[in-house]
Design a protein around this ligand. Structure first.
Ligand code: IMP
Length: 238
């Protein structure tokens, strides 16, 4: 028997409109956006994913984002430039939103060094421990009030059309007189938070993740992503 609506016969199949399989299986709805995290470092990916908990985005690590040409080397003159270039290149290549960061340590007594060269300070082969020894050597004899330093992090969020928004976080501190603490990485054992009298490497990771330059920049990046989510109408529309 045909189905009638008023005088118009309808194909019964219109009443059998497909129910999304996700609804039948109680799966959560699709994410509104896909966000490629432009890092090859799984530790950093996990840290960023934690800092973005609750954002309605499918987070994809760089190695799962499809064929992406090699990342531009971090040869820029500023954290902003490096983060911008990385995020823009990955967004254009992947066709998705991309998030990239650059960060490092600025020591006032060294005119802001190592800065953008933080990862290569003391030579590309140097270990974190060797970099810290070198830093302490360079600051030998410098009194506490002239050992001021800060970690800076810039996060860039880029869309595939090339629009890029930047977020920055800064954590002020000073360089200790010796390495202390076993946690963290990089310059954590020599970076002291004066109000706590502890280095980053002595702090509970949860405390560091509340104070850190990266946490602050990521809080602003989260606000940028939430703004983008508000303006996106359809699931996964980029
Ligand atoms: P990138 O942002 O991964 O390129 O990091 C640059 C370098 O800055 C790292 O290799 C570390 O030496 C240093 N760095 C950045 N953030 C931190 C931090 O939270 N603790 C210690 N060192 C850091």
């Amino acid at each position: 028997m045909g189905v009638f609506c008023g005088s118009v016969p309808l194909n019964p199949s219109v009443f059998l409109a497909p129910i999304p399989i996700r609804a039948l299986t109680n799966q959560p709805p699709l994410h509104k956006i896909t966000l490629v995290i432009a890092t090859g470092n799984p530790g950093k990916f996990n840290e960023m994913a934690t800092l973005l908990t609750g954002v309605d985005a499918l987070l994809v690590p760089l190695d799962r984002a499809g064929p992406i040409p090699p990342m531009p080397p971090e040869g820029g003159e500023s954290f902003q430039e490096n983060a911008f270039r990385k995020a823009e290149a990955v967004a254009r290549a992947s066709g998705h939103l991309a998030l990239a960061d650059d960060s490092g340590l600025e020591v006032d007594a060294l005119g802001g060094q190592p800065g953008v060269l933080s990862a290569r300070f003391g030579g590309p082969q140097a270990t974190d421990a060797e970099r810290n020894v070198r830093l302490l050597e360079l600051l030998r004899g410098i009194p506490p009030d002239r050992r001021t330093a800060r970690f800076r992090c810039v996060v860039a969020v880029a869309d595939p059309r090339g629009a890029v928004q930047l977020a920055e976080g800064v954590c002020e501190g000073r360089i200790a007189f010796e390495s202390r603490g076993l946690r963290g990485f990089g310059y954590d054992p020599v970076f002291e938070v004066p109000s706590l009298g502890k280095t980053f490497a002595e702090l509970d990771p949860e405390v560091k993740n509340r104070l850190s330059h990266r946490a602050q920049a990521m809080a602003k990046a989260r606000a940028i992503l939430e703004g983008i989510l508000v303006t996106r109408g359809h699931p996964d529309q980029q």
